[in-house]
Structure formats: C-alpha cells, structure tokens
Ligand binder design. Structure first.
Ligand code: GLN
Length: 296
C-alpha cells in the first residue's frame, strides 16, 4: 500500500515535470529556470510525502481510475441474481439489498458508476469469468472449487445453509434428509453439498431437484413437489415469512463466508475492492448497511 502510493506519487511528479517541459515554450514557463523547476518539484515531492503520512485512505479511487481496471471505463459492472433477499431483490424496478448497497458504496469510493446486471445465479458467477461483469455480488460463498476459477475479496458477511420444511414435516433434523427429495437453487452451495455422494456427506443427485431460483424451490415445497429446501439462512427467513405454513429447522447445515468474486488474476481490481471494503468496514458503513436489512 505504502509502496504503491509512493509509486503513484512518483508518477504524478513525473507527469508534472513532463508537463512543465512541454509547456516551456509558453510565456509563463519559458522564463523559469531548470533549477527553479527542479526545486519546486522537490518541494512538491516533500509535500506529497507528508500528505502520504497523514492520509490513510485516499488512494482507492485514484488508483483504480489511473489503472483503469474495469471492463468499461468509469463503470463498475456487477452481476447478481436478484431473488436473494435481503442481499439482492427487487423493490419495484430497482435492485436493492445488502450487496446492492455495498456495491454502490464501493463504486462511490472508486469514483465509478455502478451497473447491476440481473441473471441466474450460475450465470452471475460465469459472467466475471467470461468478461461480462467486473464483479459478482450475490451472497456468493467462497469455496475451494470456485477459487480455482475466480478470485475472491476478503469476506464481508457470513451465510448459513439451512433447511426449510413444511410446519408439519416429519423432517426434524439433517439426519432425516436421507432419501427425501431436496429442493435447491441450481449452482449454489446448497446444490453442491446436497448433490454430492453420500460418502462425501451429500444425498446423491437423484435426491436433489434443482430450480433456477430460491423462490421457485420454495414454491415447489409449498406444492409438495419436494420435501424440503436447502438454502442460505437470510433468504430462507424472507421466504418463510412470505409463505405461511413453512419453517426453518433449528439446525445449521453449513456456515459460509460471502465475498465478492472477480476474474482470476485481476489483482488490481481485487486490491481496489479489498481497499474499499476495508474502508467501509472501518468507517462503520458495512455494519450500517447490514443493520438496515438484517434485524437480529
Ligand atoms: N451462498 C450460496 C452460494 O454461493 C447461494 C448464493 C445465491 O443463491 N445467491 O452458492
């Protein structure tokens, strides 16, 4: 970080010297001696040094703008699946939620305009790998397998996989899932865990029915097409609240870290996002946003 700032300061000074050189034919600078210019430049450098020491969090936006790390200049394109309250969902025509707000705060810090593209969850993951989005924020869980195909920022929230059942279900714990038909959202960690073989702690593909969104899986549960739904806890709460007759089992299937995914190897963007996240964490913005959507 420190090294980076110095490097940028050097670039700024370099540009100033270059600029002074270029404009030396103009009236104003033609009389200026080389020594004077040199002196000023050194002063500027010293000033820059002092500012560096004082300013703690001032480089994120400039660095990104300078390095132009996003796909479209001036834009930060986020892919998501907006059926995942309270992280991303529609309020009228607008996508709102924790991820939407955190993304907006990040874009703001980076001096970029946020654009959110809504698609199915697995497409949202693929979008950063195929260069259609700068980042995916969709309550994405960090897994070793995903880390092979994309890079993740530091975690900004925790998720828990839970089980939704009808209130009168004979399923009372995870142990009762054996041989039941489990509804999941395609491509999610709930899908991955449940579809795994029993030797690996899963229930086998044949016992899993995949839906393109959480609400569709819940709809199928209400219609008796599946026996339960395995999904993240916060959306689960929202779905159950909106659908009387369902409940969440008091048992945690898996505890996970949510993070922002970017294309593998895009270190400049990853660093900038981590810097922005760190700032949002230390100035209390992150907690404030989460608190607006999750009331424990
Ligand atoms: N956290 C889960 C995952 O990453 C589900 C995310 C989602 O459905 N948006 O797979």
């Amino acid at each position: 970080m420190k090294v980076n700032r110095k490097w940028i300061a050097a670039l700024v000074i370099g540009a100033m010297v270059f600029g002074a050189g270029c404009s030396s034919s103009t009236e104003e600078t033609s009389t200026e001696s080389a020594a004077q210019t040199q002196e000023e430049t050194t002063e500027e450098a010293a000033e820059e040094e002092v500012q560096e020491e004082v300013a703690e969090n001032d480089t994120t936006s400039e660095e990104v703008a300078a390095e132009n790390v996003t796909l479209e200049e001036g834009m930060l394109i986020m892919s998501t699946n907006a059926t995942f309250p309270p992280y991303e969902y529609y309020d009228g025509d607008t996508i709102v939620g924790i991820d939407a707000d955190v993304a907006a705060a990040i874009a703001d810090k980076m001096g970029l305009t946020l654009q959110i593209n809504d698609m199915e969850f697995d497409s949202a993951l693929a979008a950063v790998q195929t260069g259609q989005a700068d980042m995916v924020m969709a309550g994405v869980t960090v897994t070793p397998e995903r880390e092979e195909n994309m890079d993740f920022t530091n975690s900004y929230a925790t998720g828990v996989q839970v089980v939704i059942v009808p209130e009168d279900s004979d399923i009372t714990s995870i142990d009762d899932l054996q041989g039941k038909l489990i509804g999941v959202q395609q491509g999610t960690t709930g899908d991955i865990y449940c579809s795994d073989t029993p030797e690996n702690g899963g229930y086998g593909e044949e016992n899993v029915q995949k839906f393109s969104s959480g609400p569709l899986a819940v709809e199928a549960l209400k219609n008796g097409q599946v026996d339960c739904v395995v999904i993240d806890n916060e959306p689960a709460k929202a779905y159950v609240e909106a659908n009387p007759g369902l409940k969440i089992l008091d048992t945690e299937f898996a505890v996970e870290d949510y993070a922002i995914g970017v294309a593998k190897g895009n270190d400049a963007l990853l660093d900038a996002l981590n810097n922005a996240l760190e700032e949002l964490e230390s100035d209390g913005t992150l907690d404030k946003i989460i608190g607006e959507y999750i009331h424990e």
